[in-house]
Design a protein around this ligand. Structure first.
Ligand code: B12
Ligand code: SF4
Ligand code: SF4
Length: 318
C-alpha cells in the first residue's frame, strides 16, 4: 500500500544526505545546502518540445504513470567558487568538484528513489550529464525553470535562490507531490529585469556567452581543450571543465534580485513581447518607475538555436 510522502520529507532526506555525504563517501565537501522543488506533471510540460528541443522527453516518456517531477540543485561552497575566479583556465579543484558533484547527484537520485519506493511509489532517475550530446532530450535547466527552482540567466545557467554556481539533478515519480516551487518571480537575472549587468559575457574566455544565447560549439571546444590539456597547464590533473561563466558574478551564490536589505524585490512589471521583466527598487515603491523602454527589446531568447546537434567521439563536459 502507498504511504503518503511530502516534499518536506524529500527535502529533509536530501539535506541530511548531502551533509553526511563527504564523510561517508570519502569525498571532499564542495557543497552548500541543496535545494529541491517538485511540480505536478500537468499541461505545463507539453510546452517542452516547443521551448526546449523538438524531441524533448515528457515526464510520461520516462515513467508512464508519472505524476510529479523532482528537481534539485547542489550549490557549490563559496571557497570553490572563489577559487575559480582568476585566470582563463579552471582552478585546480574545479574538475574535482565537477566529477564529485556528478557522483553526488547520481547517489542522491538513488536515495530519493529509495525513499519513494519505500512508500510504494515508482521513480525514474536521470543522469546529471551526458557525454557525446550537445543537446539533451531531458533538460534539467528547463525542468528547473518550469518547477520554480530558478530562472535562466544570460549566462544560460539556472539561477536559483542559492545562485547558479552548482549542478542540477532531476527525477520523475508517480507520487502525487504537488507544486512546491521556490521561485515565483518571472526572472532572477539582473539584465533581464532591466539592470545594467552582463558581467557574465566578458567572463567567458572564448566569447561563447552573449545576449543571443550560448554558443554551444564554442564552449564545448573550450571544454574539450581544457580536458585534453588537463595536467599540462601547470595547474594539475583536475583542471578541466571551465565554469568561468558561473563564478565572480552577482548571481553566482545567490538570487541577485533580492539583497539582504530587501532593496530589489517583489514588484514586477511584465512588458513587451519578449517577456522581459523589471523589478522596481523597494526604495522607489511610493512612486514605481516604469522600466526603461529599450530594455524589453534587448533580451530576445534565440529560439532558432533549438535543433539537435550530436557529436560523435568527443566527450562533452557539461
Ligand atoms: C549539453 C550540455 C552542455 C553543452 C551545451 C551547453 C548549453 N548551454 O547548451 C556544453 C558542453 C557546451 C555545456 C557546457 C556547460 N555546462 Co552543460 N550541460 C549539457 C547537458 C548535458 C544538456 C543540456 C541540453 O542540451 N539541454 C537541452 C536544451 C534544449 O536546453 P538547455 O541547453 O538545457 O537550455 C537552454 C535554455 O536554457 C535556453 N534558454 C535561455 N534562456 C531561456 C529562457 C527561457 C524562459 C527558456 C524557456 C529557455 C531559455 O537556452 C539554453 C541554451 O541553449 C546538461 C545536463 C542536462 N541533461 O540538462 C548540462 C548542464 C546544462 N551543464 C551545466 C554546466 C554547469 C555547464 C558548464 C558550466 C560546464 C562546467 N561544468 O564547467 C558549461 C556552461 C556553459 C553555459 N554557459 O551554458 C549544468 C547547468 C547548471 C546550472 N546552474 O544551470 C547542467 C544542467 C548539468 C548539471 N547536471 O548541472 N553543457
Ligand atoms: S551576470 Fe548578470 S546578466 Fe549575467 S546571468 Fe548573472 S545576473 Fe544575469
Ligand atoms: S563554461 Fe567556460 S567556455 Fe563555456 S560558456 Fe562558460 S565561460 Fe565560456
Amino acid at each position: 500500500m502507498n504511504k503518503s510522502i511530502s516534499v518536506a520529507d524529500l527535502r529533509n532526506r536530501l539535506e541530511c544526505y548531502v551533509l553526511d555525504y563527504p564523510q561517508k563517501s570519502n569525498e571532499r565537501d564542495f557543497w552548500r545546502t541543496p535545494l529541491l522543488v517538485t511540480a505536478r506533471t500537468d499541461k505545463r510540460f507539453t510546452i517542452l518540445p516547443k521551448i526546449a528541443a523538438e524531441n524533448h522527453w515528457r515526464p510520461e516518456d520516462l515513467l508512464k504513470s508519472a505524476r510529479a517531477i523532482i528537481v534539485f540543485f547542489m550549490p557549490f561552497k563559496e571557497e570553490i567558487v572563489e577559487e575559480n575566479h582568476p585566470g582563463k583556465f579552471p582552478c585546480p579543484n574545479w574538475g574535482l568538484a565537477y566529477e564529485a558533484t556528478n557522483r553526488l547527484i547520481e547517489n542522491a537520485c538513488g536515495q530519493l528513489r529509495d525513499v519513494l519506493e519505500a512508500s510504494g511509489h515508482a521513480a525514474m532517475v536521470t543522469p546529471a550529464t551526458e557525454d557525446s550530446v550537445l543537446m539533451a532530450r531531458w533538460s534539467h535547466k528547463h525542468l528547473g525553470h518550469l518547477a520554480g527552482l530558478g530562472r535562466l540567466g544570460i549566462n544560460a545557467q539556472l539561477i536559483t535562490p542559492s545562485g547558479c554556481a552548482g549542478r542540477l539533478g532531476s527525477l520523475v515519480t508517480d507520487a502525487d507531490l504537488g507544486d512546491h516551487p521556490l521561485i515565483t518571480k518571472p526572472e532572477l537575472c539582473l539584465y533581464k529585469i532591466g539592470q545594467e549587468c552582463l558581467k557574465c559575457i566578458p567572463r567567458c574566455p572564448v566569447g561563447a556567452v552573449s545576449i543571443e544565447g550560448i554558443n554551444r560549439q564554442r564552449c564545448n571546444k573550450r571544454l574539450q581543450f581544457n580536458f585534453k590539456h588537463r595536467g599540462t597547464m601547470g595547474l594539475g590533473e583536475n583542471t578541466h571543465g571551465c565554469g568561468k561563466c558561473q563564478v565572480n558574478l552577482p548571481c553566482s551564490l545567490r538570487d541577485p534580485t533580492t539583497s539582504e536589505s530587501g532593496i530589489l524585490t517583489n514588484i514586477v512589471h511584465r512588458h513587451g513581447k519578449t517577456g522581459a521583466t523589471a523589478s522596481i527598487p523597494m526604495s522607489d515603491r511610493g512612486k514605481p518607475k516604469r522600466p526603461r523602454k529599450h530594455i524589453s527589446k534587448r533580451y530576445v531568447p534565440n529560439l532558432n538555436q533549438y535543433h539537435i546537434i550530436k557529436t560523435r567521439s568527443k566527450k562533452s563536459k557539461g
